[in-house]
Design a protein around this ligand. Structure first.
Ligand code: NAP
Length: 499
């Protein structure tokens, strides 16, 4: 029987939901040592959400010690590969089995439609854990070429204790991008989720234990960046920080690594991705890609296609089509409504920031084509409608700053050379796209856009086989794909001489 996911269904599920806001350390739910807590406000209606533990350096010490003890004992990394694989696959199955509960927790925290949480975020989280679980018994070491009387083994070994610091826009997916490869490689992890989105991380840790992951291999400490993330990144017994978040905080993380034990750092940071539309493009396809690429998840997407670089001759026609897609296909509604394609922004402060960036853009002369206004304020939640500004130049603030809201900046161009110059004129290099029917131009252009992922005549296609990450100030290191394992390992060479 298929479930009918009505608003009423989710309201009932919410009233029966047990919410745990405790740290998860050494296989146990525990309070902060300080006894301090903080509260979360629900973005969908401004009501009180969860009460969470307010972690600090003492909690981080405790979690790192647990991760180190698990690593030193070898209880996980020295387990038979087939056994480890079974545990990770079971974990993925448990995530799927608890999909509705996880989706609800995610939506309460971040305000996205609960069906998106269920059908996208939960699914991709489980798929990520499964992908790396399946790799465990297929990873080989190497024997280097040597003379006849020697053998040199080149072993790929786990680093030890990984600190993962993650953002609030796709919490479960990004957690899985770190947890999957780090744990499959044999490491322990201490995860500090964003203060706005801890609930799914806590539940993932509980499910990991239920699947058979030994205590201490995956710990979660909740709290604020300065109080919890900083001591994790400065910790002398943490071997690496895998960070996803803003470029501003990414720079701090590099500093913390340098100030402490020269731990490794992998950074997935911000973006201001160009979507370039030439005059010969399929405008319907381009409009759909531009609208979904920018407005999905209310624009709270690192690789959102926020700069629409469009040939001047088709700008007007394209914007009309984008408006039609935004208004007919991308329904903004309460996250429990089955029709909702996008929901609330993460919190009031963020909504106010988005609205003030829009106001500043208009002061500079940006012309609004439609939308980009606060709506549904009667709900108590934080909603902004998708909107487009046109006839911008690439030096205007709406074209330069990462807004992290549903705001598209259209910048017209005349020549291919000019389009490329505008596309690459940004501190970021996370993603980009080109729409044209001229395949020579498509390939020439896709090579020339300086970004970690470039799409031709589409946007946001992805799967676990492909690496994800940025160039320039969008960071370094890659999540997803078999290559993600590498950054959680180091090479160790063992020589032997024989007669
Ligand atoms: P953020 O403010 O940089 O926060 C990210 C994480 O860092 C949070 O857990 C945060 O904790 C923590 N943090 C803040 N200050 C810290 C400090 N001094 N030391 C250690 N940790 C600290 O980013 P966000 O607002 O959560 O997320 C949005 C940003 O993430 C955007 O720039 C977006 O582009 C980027 N992002 C990038 C990717 C990618 O794959 N490239 C994916 C998703 C998001 P608190 O929550 O307590 O502040």
């Amino acid at each position: 029987m298929t479930t009918s996911y009505t608003r009423d269904y989710w309201e009932k599920a919410l009233s029966a939901l047990a919410i745990n806001g405790q740290h998860f350390i050494d296989g146990q739910s525990v309070d902060a040592l300080s006894g301090r807590t903080f509260t979360r406000t629900r973005p969908m209606d401004g009501q009180l959400g969860a009460v969470l533990q307010r972690g600090d350096a003492a909690d981080i010490d405790r979690a790192v010690a647990s991760g180190r003890a698990a690593f030193a004992s070898g209880i996980w990394r020295h387990k038979e590969p087939l056994e480890k694989k079974k545990i990770m696959l079971k974990w993925a199955e448990l995530i799927r089995a608890h999909g509705e509960e996880l989706a609800l927790l995610e939506t309460l925290d971040v305000g996205k439609p609960v069906l998106a949480s269920l059908n996208v975020d939960v699914r991709l989280c489980a798929d990520g854990i499964q992908f790396y679980g399946e790799m465990i018994d297929k990873m080989y070491d190497e024997i280097a070429p040597t003379g006849p009387n020697a053998r040199a083994l080149v072993r790929k070994v786990p680093l030890g204790v990984i600190g993962a610091i993650t953002p609030w826009n796709y919490p479960m997916i990004i957690d899985a991008w770190k947890l999957g490869p780090a744990i499959a490689a044999g490491n322990s992890v201490v995860l500090k989720p964003a203060e706005q989105s801890s609930l799914s991380a806590i539940r993932l840790a509980q499910l990991a234990i239920e699947a058979g992951l030994p205590a201490g291999v995956f710990n979660v400490v909740t709290g604020f960046g300065e109080e919890t993330g900083k001591p994790l990144a400065l910790h002398m017994d943490v071997d690496m920080i895998a960070f996803t978040g803003s470029t501003e905080v990414g720079k701090l993380i590099m500093g913390y690594a340098a100030q402490s034990n020269v731990k490794r750092v992998a950074l997935e940071l911000g973006g201001k991705s160009p979507l370039v539309v030439f005059e010969d493009a399929d405008l319907d396809a381009a409009a759909s890609a531009a609208a979904w690429g920018c407005f999905y998840n209310s624009g709270e997407t690192c690789h959102a296609s926020t700069r629409l670089i469009v040939h001047r001759s088709v700008q007007q026609a394209l914007i009309e089509k984008i408006e039609a897609v935004a208004k007919s296909d991308i329904a903004l509604a309460h996250p429990f409504e089955p029709s909702a394609q996008i929901g609330a922004l993460i919190e009031k402060e963020h909504m106010d920031k988005v609205l003030s960036m829009i106001a500043a853009g208009e002061k500079e002369g940006a012309r609004r084509a439609f939308g980009a206004e606060q709506v549904m304020s009667e709900t108590g939640g934080y909603y902004v409608s998708p909107g487009v500004f046109v006839d911008l130049t690439n030096d205007m603030s709406l074209a330069r700053q990462e807004i992290f809201g549903p705001v598209l900046a259209a910048i017209p161009f005349e020549t291919e050379e000019e389009a490329l110059k505008i596309a690459n004129d940004t501190i970021y290099g996370l993603a980009g796209a080109v729409f044209t029917r001229d395949m020579n131009r498509a390939h020439r252009f896709s090579e020339a856009i300086h970004a970690g992922t470039v799409w031709i005549n589409t946007y946001d296609m992805s799967n676990f086989a492909t690496p994800f990450g940025g160039f320039k100030q969008s960071g370094f290191g890659r999540d997803r794909s078999v290559h993600a394992i590498d950054k959680y390992c180091d090479y160790k060479t063992i020589w032997q001489q024989f007669g």
